[in-house]
Design a protein around this ligand. Structure first.
Ligand SMILES: Nc1ncnc2c1ncn2[C@@H]1O[C@H](COP(=O)(O)OP(=O)(O)OP(=O)(O)O)[C@@H](O)[C@H]1O
Length: 245
């Protein structure tokens, strides 16, 4: 039909013990980039984990690429084409760059080690370095490359710019923009609102375990009140043009 979103989440409920964290998430992600914003502790990482099958859901459904994946294992979800770049990168200290990538090689994948090295020249230079010898930016590139090796249709990235220098943040933004222009679906969880604005076509806002807004990025950029209400962003300074004389 062509109208079905790549990822469709309905009324998703997640608990940690007696703590109810996701309270009925409804969200569609298409073959484009979606920024996921929200203050600390609102449930963004939990949503990523639930999409990947790393935490069980007690209610609701997740459909991906025409499959009901609500009860599938993380491995099955990855095989179907959901790539995950977890918060904190989770690179192995004692494996080299090349060993990380070799572990994820799959027959028939559009992403080979050579393609990764063509895309991330820095990783090629560091191919024999161990995980703990890489900078934060290099580790992030490796974490993203590792996910790409499985040839995902949807890439879920949890705060990929956290702790990175501005120049590297813009490399991550460029990469996300490039992947989404090649029609990969992207869900980009970000605390860095400017990174999300630069990389994502649409944005969603999570508050207390529900999605309260989903709108074009440009609309949120222009709505300071909404930013303030849900994200705690203070209004900017009065500009020279607005400054009364
Ligand atoms: N393993 C866990 N066990 C119990 N509670 C948890 C667990 N992981 C997260 N929580 C709680 O669930 C809520 C949502 O956390 P989550 O990490 O999903 O939020 P977040 O929006 O990603 O925040 P942050 O930006 O700080 O990572 C928080 O109140 C958190 O304390």
């Amino acid at each position: 039909m062509g109208t079905e979103p790549l990822l469709r989440i309905r009324d998703l409920q997640v608990h940690y013990g007696t703590s109810h964290v996701l309270h009925g998430v409804n969200l569609d992600v298409d073959h484009t980039s979606l920024g996921m914003l929200g203050r600390n502790g609102m449930g963004k990482t939990t949503l990523c984990a639930a999409i990947m099958g790393l935490v069980p859901s007690l209610g609701g459904s997740i459909h991906f690429d025409g499959h009901d994946i609500t009860k599938l294992t993380p491995e099955k979800r990855a095989q179907l084409g959901i790539g995950y770049v977890p918060q904190g990168r989770r690179v192995f200290r004692s494996l080299t760059v090349e060993e990380h990538l070799r572990m994820m090689q799959r027959k028939g994948s559009a992403w080979t080690i050579e393609r990764v090295f063509d895309t991330f020249v820095r990783l090629k230079e560091r191919r024999r370095n161990l995980g703990n010898q890489l900078s934060g930016g290099e580790q992030q590139m490796l974490a993203i490359s590792r996910a790409l090796m499985l040839d995902p249709k949807l890439l879920v990235l949890d705060e990929p710019t956290e702790g990175l220098a501005p120049a590297i943040v813009s490399d991550v933004i460029d990469l996300v923009a490039r992947l989404s222009s090649e029609s990969m679906g992207i869900m980009l969880v970000e605390q860095n609102i400017h990174a999300a604005f630069a990389a994502a076509k649409n944005v969603a806002i999570m508050v207390n375990g529900v999605i309260v807004e989903k709108l074009p990025t440009a609309a949120l950029e222009g709505d300071i009140e909404l930013q303030k209400r849900h994200l705690g962003i203070e209004p900017g300074h009065i500009t020279a043009e607005e400054d009364p004389v």
